[in-house]
Design a protein around this ligand. Structure first.
Ligand code: GDP
Ligand code: IMO
Ligand code: MG
Length: 425
């Protein structure tokens, strides 16, 4: 029995949802530890494609309990829609979904502020998902956030919201010149939502502690990816939480010694949505080709994803800051038709070779990737079930990834469907 963290090793959208769903077949609990409705985790099975944003990807397996941890920021209005969507698919969530009482909520003013700040930043914008993530985490750290537990007490809720909204209304009026919020209306809306959500609230850290003690099989599901981490990503072009493995301990209230395995989900190439540095990015024509092969459009916003070569510097950064013990390599099939493939092994700045991921944007803007080229395999891989049946050049490509990072590959994904997966022993 084990506790496994699933973490995005690049800029998100590596296929975490697919792998969490796959593992959930033999798992008792899946718990999300950070992020919020900015995430879009896609699961494909029996001909249907389901995109989850806030509900953990274990929900599609009837026996799995799903937890939304204290480190997540939840939009209760959007979650209500997602619960309706999931139950509309015939999935029974009764007694299977728990939300930490400590989880902070995203309100209408967070969503509005996210959009207004991005619009005001013009060319310097982050390119956020516009879901209110940044402003909600700002309030959490500023100690004025609203937690689920607050939604159950009308007077506490009113007091907190009155203070927050009075301040925000001043900014909306003076800086952005837009309509102000009606405090009583927001209080009533959130209190009503609290009445509904009461059934899901739990002391989830205690629940997990007991589950770990009794040897349950547990997956901690990360959202976003290491290069979007607020500390270790391409700051400031990052999200506002800690998607890295360490974030699971803070975001769920579990100790680091409980973790047995950290699987890094690694796309066989690279993508990113939004603005910010991307050293191995393709030129526009090639990006368009790979985007179409890999259907690289955001699962949350529908935005086209920027595409690039596999970057071993990025993934090694991820191996280190997450303590990755295994890889799940996804979307290998997307590369099936390419004549040759490049892997970035280091960066060069003038004569200087850089083999770690630089912290500052100026250096990132000045570096050139150092590539090695491998032959393509020009064979369809999406029906292959055994590792040994993969084309020789595909195995060579995977071996090189493993060699450059010193991490073994446990899973290779060759298509969207649950079944299009190769598990290595
Ligand atoms: P997540 O955010 O990490 O869960 O990833 P997303 O769901 O946002 O994006 C991954 C996309 O790739 C989804 O459309 C998946 O269905 C798809 N996908 C996952 N694994 C594979 C694979 O091995 N091959 C192909 N072709 N698509 C995949
Ligand atoms: P999953 O879990 C890819 C990106 C946004 C933007 C930056 C900040 O599906 O992998 P935010 O709305 O979080 O303030 O936006 O982070 N971003 C993601 N990119 N996958 C995600 O999640 C993302 N969540 C946020 O595009 O660049
Ligand atoms: Mg996604």
């Amino acid at each position: 029995m084990a506790v496994t963290i699933i973490v995005g090793s690049q800029w998100g959208d590596e296929g975490k949802g697919k792998i969490v769903d796959l593992l959930s077949e033999n798992v008792d609990i899946v718990a999300r530890y950070q992020g919020g409705p900015n995430a879009g985790h896609t699961v494909v099975f029996d001909g249907q494609e389901i995109v989850l944003h806030q509900i953990p990807s274990g929900i599609l397996r009837p026996h799995t309990v799903c937890i939304i941890g204290n480190g997540v920021v939840v939009d209760p209005v959007a979650l209500l829609e997602e619960i309706k969507f999931v139950t509309g698919k015939g999935i029974d969530i009764t007694g299977r979904l728990f939300i930490s009482e400590r989880t902070h909520i995203i309100t209408s003013y967070h969503r509005l502020l996210d959009k207004l700040q991005e619009a005001a930043d013009g060319a310097q914008k982050i390119g956020t998902t516009g879901r209110g993530i940044g402003p909600a985490y700002v309030d959490k750290v500023d100690r004025c956030g609203i937690r689920f537990i607050d939604l159950l007490d009308f007077s506490v809720l009113k007091e907190k919201l009155t203070k927050n909204i009075t301040e925000i209304n001043t900014i909306l009026d003076a800086v952005y010149k837009v309509d102000k919020f009606n405090i009583d209306q927001v209080v009533q809306e959130l209190y009503d939502l609290g009445t509904y959500y009461k059934q899901f609230l739990a002391e989830t850290s205690v629940y997990l502690y007991r589950a770990i003690k009794t040897g349950k099989e547990i997956v901690f599901e990360g959202a976003q990816g290491t290069l979007l981490d607020v500390d270790f990503g391409t700051y400031p072009y990052v999200t506002s939480s800690s998607p890295i493995a360490g974030g699971a301990c803070c975001g769920l209230g579990v100790g680091p010694k409980s973790i047995d395995k950290v699987i890094g989900i690694v796309k066989a190439y690279s993508t990113r949505v939004g603005m910010g540095p991307f050293p191995t990015e393709f030129d526009e024509d090639f990006s368009t080709r790979v985007r179409s092969l890999g259907k690289e459009f955001g699962a949350t916003t529908g935005r086209p994803r920027r595409c690039g070569w596999f970057d071993a510097v990025v993934v090694n950064h991820s191996v280190r800051v997450n303590g990755l013990t295994h890889f799940a390599v996804t979307k290998l099939d997307v590369l099936d038709t390419l004549d040759e493939l490049k892997i970035c092994t280091a960066y060069k700045k003038g004569d200087q070779v850089i083999d770690y991921f630089p912290a500052d944007l100026k250096t990132l803007g000045a570096i050139e990737p150092v590539y090695e080229t491998l032959p393509g395999w020009k064979t369809a891989t999406s029906s292959i079930k055994n590792y040994r049946d993969l084309p020789e050049n595909a195995i060579r490509y995977l071996n090189r990834i493993s060699e450059l990072t010193d991490v073994g590959i446990e899973i290779v994904s060759v298509g969207q469907d649950r079944k299009q997966t190769i598990i290595l022993s």
